[in-house]
Design a protein around this ligand. Structure first.
Ligand SMILES: Nc1ncnc2c1ncn2[C@@H]1O[C@H](COP(=O)(O)OP(=O)(O)OP(=O)(O)O)[C@@H](O)[C@H]1O
Ligand SMILES: [Mg+2]
Length: 334
């Protein structure tokens, strides 16, 4: 973009404003806005039914735009959907490989579909099979691949046309821990080579370890957004879990301390978020509670994790299916 003769680098590769989507009367996407910077790994983290796939499906033109504005790689999704499609690659949540094609055929066919010339196609297939370590399976039917190999092939297919943005919907769902870590390595490699990644996940560790930027999505809305460390730091420097003879009394005492950012109930105990090094504060906390006649039964001290961030903003664990909702103040974001 040029303004007053000065070249301005367009660093947002995706811009989404006030996106909404209804499946009949179900509001799956509820006024979502966010930006993805060129070259970053951006994640949507949220539970089942949060609306992650719906957003990805709209952005990749598989679902129609109902309300809102989306720009991808400088193209308006409503007016230039085919330009958007040329700029992106997609890895779906469900496996979508033809069972009766070989690994090589899947990639070849995808290249042909996008009118890649033959020599380019062949070179790209070789390059990608090497990236996802499937050279040895080149002539094997996809029905004979393991789940992890299928996923790797789908990633390779998504990259076939050298997209500017790769969309990945739950890239490691249902895979064993080693395969998941392997796929994270591919994602980092792809990203280092210049591809922007937009991924959805309900795995806290995946979002935490892979992303430059995370938006936590719940009930069709973005409820918190930031870099992983920013989201975690917002909860405090340390988290202390206490089970005591009087949790309510303990909360009342601790909430009054300057060094305590907040106290929350958790099943049999309380979670105390602290602004200082917990190892130094803990003796003071124990002394205060003892003076108040409260006995401590269990103590645990740790750094805030992405799970804690999720519970903090949604009011529940990711595995819970409850629909209760806490009202939260959105942190700054960008
Ligand atoms: N084809 C559809 N018809 C009707 N409702 C749908 C359809 N697809 C999704 N929904 C509803 O829209 C909401 C969001 O679903 P979506 O698939 O986007 O969630 P998600 O975050 O991707 O969940 P998951 O983690 O399970 O993949 C849910 O309430 C879901 O039931
Ligand atoms: Mg989904």
């Amino acid at each position: 973009m040029e303004q007053n003769g000065v070249l301005i680098l367009e660093d947002n590769i995706i811009e989404v404003n006030n996106l909404e989507y209804f499946f009949d009367e179900i509001k799956a996407v509820d006024d979502i806005s966010f930006k993805v910077r060129k070259g970053e790994i951006f994640s949507f983290l949220g539970p089942n039914g949060a609306g992650k796939s719906t957003v990805i499906n709209i952005l990749t033109t598989l679902l129609p735009m109902q309300k809102g504005r989306v720009t991808i790689a400088g193209h308006d999704l409503r007016t230039e959907p085919e330009k958007v499609r040329e700029s992106i690659g997609i890895v779906f949540q469900e496996l979508t490989l033809d069972r009766d094609m070989t690994v090589q055929e899947i990639l070849e066919y995808h290249g042909r579909l996008y009118s890649m010339p033959k020599t380019q196609r062949q070179a790209r297939v070789d390059e990608l099979l090497s990236l996802v370590e499937l050279e040895a399976k080149r002539n094997v039917l996809t029905r004979h691949l393991s789940g992890g190999m299928k996923r790797r092939l789908e990633i390779a297919r998504g990259l076939m046309t050298r997209p500017k943005v790769l969309f990945m919907d739950e890239p490691t769902i249902g895979l064993d821990p080693q395969t998941r870590i392997r796929i994270w390595e591919y994602v980092r490699d792809i990203n280092r080579q210049g591809t922007t990644i937009f991924l959805t996940t309900h795995y806290m560790d995946e979002a935490d370890q892979l992303s430059d930027y995370i938006s936590i999505v719940d009930h069709g809305q973005i409820i918190a957004t930031g870099k992983p460390w920013e989201l975690k730091n917002a909860l405090g420097q340390d988290i202390i879990y206490l089970e005591t003879s009087d949790n309510q009394g303990a909360s009342n005492i601790l909430e009054g301390l300057d060094t305590v950012r907040g106290v929350r109930d958790k099943s049999k105990g309380i979670i105390v978020m602290v602004n200082v090094d917990g190892t130094h504060l803990l003796p003071e906390i124990m002394e205060k509670l003892q003076k108040g006649g409260i006995k401590i039964r269990v103590v645990n001290l740790k750094k805030p994790s992405m799970d804690d961030v999720f519970v903090h903003y949604t009011g529940r664990e990711l595995r819970d299916t409850g629909t209760e909702k806490t009202v939260v103040v959105k942190p700054g974001g960008r």
